[in-house]
Design a protein. Structure first.
Length: 155
């Protein structure tokens, strides 16, 4: 599975921990789209856009984004039509983000949780799959219908 990860400067402690965890799994490859070099002018919305576009363009199947709270990167990623990004600070939510919401991206805050919980959340998320034939199927279809209704030129 191809994964895109990234975060702003506040999110870097979790981005690094997640990169370390992903490096231990031979069933995934990953790329970090965090800003490099001088990050003073970088906005977390740009990092979210890079990750979301990697998913939209098929260069990644899942994304994991981090900022201070996980909120800014989540709100930003959800602005990209077709993207379902979910804030997950516990393993149950991570499982449901995949199984109930077919979220292509999860987000976390480095000022909210520590690296070990973040790794457990990532593990649960990556090991959970959406079943379009499940009772959640029509709900995800309804989410995507909102995108088509309000961003009609984006598909
Ligand atoms: C940056 O200071 C902080 O606001 C950002 O990382 C994030 O938490 C915003 O939602």
């Amino acid at each position: 599975m191809k994964i895109i990860i990234g975060g702003d400067s506040a999110g870097q402690p979790l981005v690094k921990a997640i990169a370390d965890y992903l490096s231990t799994r031979d069933d995934v490859s990953f790329e970090d789209c965090s800003p490099s070099g001088d990050t003073s002018g970088e906005r977390y919305a740009s990092t979210s856009e890079r990750a979301a576009m990697a998913i939209r363009e098929g260069r990644a199947e899942r994304g994991i984004l981090c900022c201070g709270t996980g909120l800014g990167v989540s709100i930003s990623a959800n602005k990209i039509p077709g993207i379902r990004a979910a804030l997950t600070h516990d393993t149950y939510s991570a499982e449901r983000a995949a199984k109930s919401n077919n979220a292509q991206i999860i987000t976390m805050g480095a000022r909210v949780i520590g690296p070990e919980l973040a790794k457990a959340i990532v593990e649960k998320y990556l090991d959970s799959e959406f079943d379009p034939k499940s009772s959640s199927g029509p709900n995800v279809e309804a989410i995507d219908a909102l995108d088509r209704k309000y961003s009609p030129g984006a598909f």
